[in-house]
Design a protein around this ligand. Structure first.
Ligand SMILES: Cc1ncc(COP(=O)(O)O)c(C=O)c1O
Length: 368
């Protein structure tokens, strides 16, 4: 048989062994303790439902996987690998939760951080010497900047620097960082894997047994374990993950095109647009462009808020990667980087009918 493709992987992995009367789905393993003598022992060390989910994510990212209680818990575990006083090189414009944690760790003297423009390859390369961890996010949240991953990963590895990538926006359907040579790939499972805006979870995947053991200890003793029910829901979400992403990506590309010629829109950020500054780079190593785009409306914060509040199909809410379309003005959050324009709307495109989405957008833009 040929290697299974993503739709087949999503449907076949993480299932119990086939046997007469065996269930098709893993149980929700609700036990905090286990009979002595086995390999799990205690509910903070392992859980059958986590294992099923982890095997499914592992099949997509091609690395041993551990799940956590949230994407931020997974990020904290990765940052905990950096020795006291060590340096992290990271994007100055990425997910604001990760940015805030980096600032906090730096202020408390745990680490040093070199903030760089990840799309500026020269700048990143110049920062690598003496870096313990290169923390990448590409495309970035929320301006969809694309880093030259093959070049940056190769250069960092040459210098013996650990590389970890937040692959939440792209998903493994678009890029597989471990295959490109990264040490760790991290996800907010909350988003595309789970896909229904009803679960918070995170994951890390790696093929380095030493890192896996340290990340496993970070979970065990940091205690940021996922709930069994959440793991079960996330695995259920994965069954339709490729279908959802395929539809959402097609919607995103079409809406990016239409928005880019709308008179009320000043700028669209989406690497799938041939006119986007990151298009050629994205095309060179990505297998798609993802389903998040952002756009800047004419005017300022008030105009962007009015658009977000006017929609009827698209929900004015934070987060992304769900089956439903969400948008929000990013600068409404105090933590958002001041480099993000006040009138920028981040738009997580969902799987609704494209014409219903477009008429909602057109009506909402009339509020300006
Ligand atoms: C790119 C990215 N990484 C990490 C996170 C954090 O994930 P979680 O909210 O599951 O903790 C988010 C959340 O929005 C995100 O957008």
């Amino acid at each position: 048989m040929t290697e299974p493709r993503p739709e087949t992987i999503a449907i076949t992995t993480g299932r119990p062994h086939a046997a007469p009367d065996a269930p098709l789905n893993p149980p929700i393993e609700l036990s905090s303790t286990f009979h002595a003598g086995g390999t799990i022992g205690y509910g903070r060390y392992g859980n059958e439902t986590w294992t099923a989910l982890e095997s499914a994510i592992a099949a997509f990212e091609l690395g041993e996987t551990l799940t956590f209680s949230s994407g931020m818990a997974a990020i904290s575990a990765v940052f905990s690998l950096v020795p006291l006083g060590g340096t992290i090189t990271a994007s100055h414009q990425g997910y604001n939760g990760a940015m805030t944690l980096l600032h906090t760790l730096e202020k408390s003297g745990h680490i040093k951080v070199r903030f760089v423009d990840v799309a500026n390859t020269k700048e990143v390369l110049a920062a690598l010497d003496g870096t313990s961890l290169l923390w990448l996010e590409s495309p970035t949240n929320p301006t969809l900047d694309v880093a030259d991953l093959p070049v940056l990963i190769a250069a960092a590895k040459k210098l013996g620097c650990m590389v970890s990538l937040d692959n939440t926006f792209a998903t493994p359907l678009v890029q597989q960082p471990l295959v490109m040579g990264a040490d760790i790939v991290m996800h907010s499972v909350t988003k595309y894997f789970a896909g229904h805006s009803d679960v918070l979870m995170g994951s890390v995947s790696t093929n380095d047994p030493g890192l896996l053991a340290r990340l496993s200890d970070a979970r065990k003793f940091g205690g940021a374990i996922p709930g069994p029910f959440e793991a079960w829901l996330a695995l259920r979400g994965i069954r339709t993950f490729p279908l959802r992403v395929e539809r959402a990506q097609a919607n995103a590309l079409e809406l990016a095109k239409r928005l880019s010629v709308h008179p009320k829109v000043a700028k669209v950020h989406y690497p799938g647009l041939p006119t986007d500054a990151h298009h050629e780079r994205a095309k060179s190593f990505m297998k798609g462009f993802g389903s998040v785009l952002s756009f800047v409306v004419q005017g300022g914060a008030a105009q962007a808020d009015a658009v977000c509040e006017a929609s009827r199909v698209i929900t004015n809410a934070t987060s992304l990667g769900g089956i439903e379309s969400l948008w929000e003005r990013r600068r409404r959050w105090a933590l958002e980087s001041s480099t993000v324009p006040e009138a920028l709307i981040r738009f997580s495109v969902g799987c609704e009918n494209i014409e219903d989405l477009w008429s909602d957008i057109e009506e909402s833009l009339k509020k300006i």
